[in-house]
Design a protein around this ligand. Structure first.
Ligand code: NAP
Length: 310
């Protein structure tokens, strides 16, 4: 089987028992051959050509909850199972989303730059004034596992919660007093909009010049989901003209490249896709991916198949 080489240090030998492993280096193209399983990172596209070159493949065990790097339809047509790693990364990603909310609202990066740049001249009553969270509205665009986990942390900060999802979440509403609204109301009423829908043909580019123009003046946009949900140049322009208050991003449309205009735009906190980056979570993600392979190769159902999930 093929496993992304970057996972070597995160896996125990016992988890790989009985498997004949070929480690697949980051820049190396996906090889042809009689491999029965592949464990790719989200940076590796597994589409029609790759599947054709791996005629004996039985499973693509993606090491992420998102699986927009896999052509699921092509895999299903070839009878290849596709699995992901839901659940284990929920809390770590929700924590990082909050790191971005707080960093953007309270202008953390600008403050650090001021101090490190030797330009801080002392306390000033109007220095780096940010957004007071208490009494404001957090809009969750997508309220699945991660969206809800972000929302569950919000009452402690005195935020009112709106959410948009395909189906209502009664338990979440009961626990957090969240209100389900349509996407349009979410955009116009939220002080902070946080994206938690997966990347799919329906969600690509949902945040564009038009939707940005409907956001409140001074609002903050957070994206810890997938980069292609938003148009980077349109976001840069909304920040340049001062319509948006700030943007906190962990993901980009064409990673690791970032649109130059967005890189240069004011009031951004830009992270290098580290939503799930804690030791515990990354170990669990690698473990689930390999456990899915072990299950399928032993004729058992996989633990976390993607079919029917979204
Ligand atoms: P999830 O539990 O499947 O939640 C997805 C949510 O999106 C659900 O509320 C779903 O609605 C909603 N949704 C899906 N399609 C929609 C559409 N067309 N319109 C409106 N709502 C839609 O997924 P999750 O575990 O929370 O993960 C969310 C995403 O986070 C993943 O897909 C992944 O790309 C990203 N992620 C990023 C990182 C990172 O490192 N930055 C880490 C982990 C995950 P229903 O509930 O009604 O179906």
């Amino acid at each position: 089987m093929l496993i992304a080489a970057e996972l070597k240090n995160l896996l125990e030998p016992s988890q790989l028992a009985g498997l004949e492993v070929t480690w697949l280096a980051a820049g190396e193209p996906t090889p042809k051959g009689d491999f029965v399983a592949i464990v790719p990172l989200l940076s590796r596209w597994v589409g029609g050509t790759e599947l054709k070159n791996l005629p004996n493949l039985r499973i693509v065990a993606n090491v992420a909850v998102g699986y927009n790097n896999v052509d699921v339809v092509a895999a299903e047509m070839r009878g290849v199972m596709v699995t992901n790693t839901p659940g284990v990364l929920t809390e770590a990603t929700a924590d990082l989303t909050w790191a971005l909310i707080l960093a953007t609202a309270r202008r953390l990066v600008e403050g650090v730059d001021l101090v490190r740049g030797g330009r801080w001249t002392g306390w000033h009553p109007e220095q780096l004034l940010g957004l007071e969270l208490r009494g404001r509205t957090l809009g969750l665009f997508g309220a699945g596992r991660i969206g809800q986990a972000v929302g569950r942390r919000a009452p402690a900060f005195g935020l009112r919660i709106l959410y948009a999802a395909r189906t209502p979440k009664p338990e979440f509403e009961r626990d957090t007093a969240a209100t389900r609204v349509d996407a349009s109301r979410l955009l116009t009423e939220s002080d902070i909009v946080s994206l938690h829908v997966p990347s799919s043909p329906e969600t690509k580019g949902i945040i564009n010049a038009e939707s940005l123009s409907r956001m409140k003046a001074g609002a903050i946009l957070i994206n810890t989901s997938r980069g292609d949900l938003l148009r980077e140049e349109a976001l840069a322009m909304a920040l340049e003209v001062g319509h948006l208050g700030a943007a906190g991003l962990d993901v980009y449309a064409n990673e690791p490249a970032i649109h130059p205009r967005l890189l240069a735009a004011p009031r951004t906190v830009l992270l290098p896709h580290i939503g799930s980056a804690t030791e515990e979570t990354r170990r669990k993600m690698a473990a689930i991916a390999v456990a899915n392979v072990q299950a399928v190769l032993h004729g058992k159902p996989p633990l976390t198949p993607v079919y029917g999930q979204v």
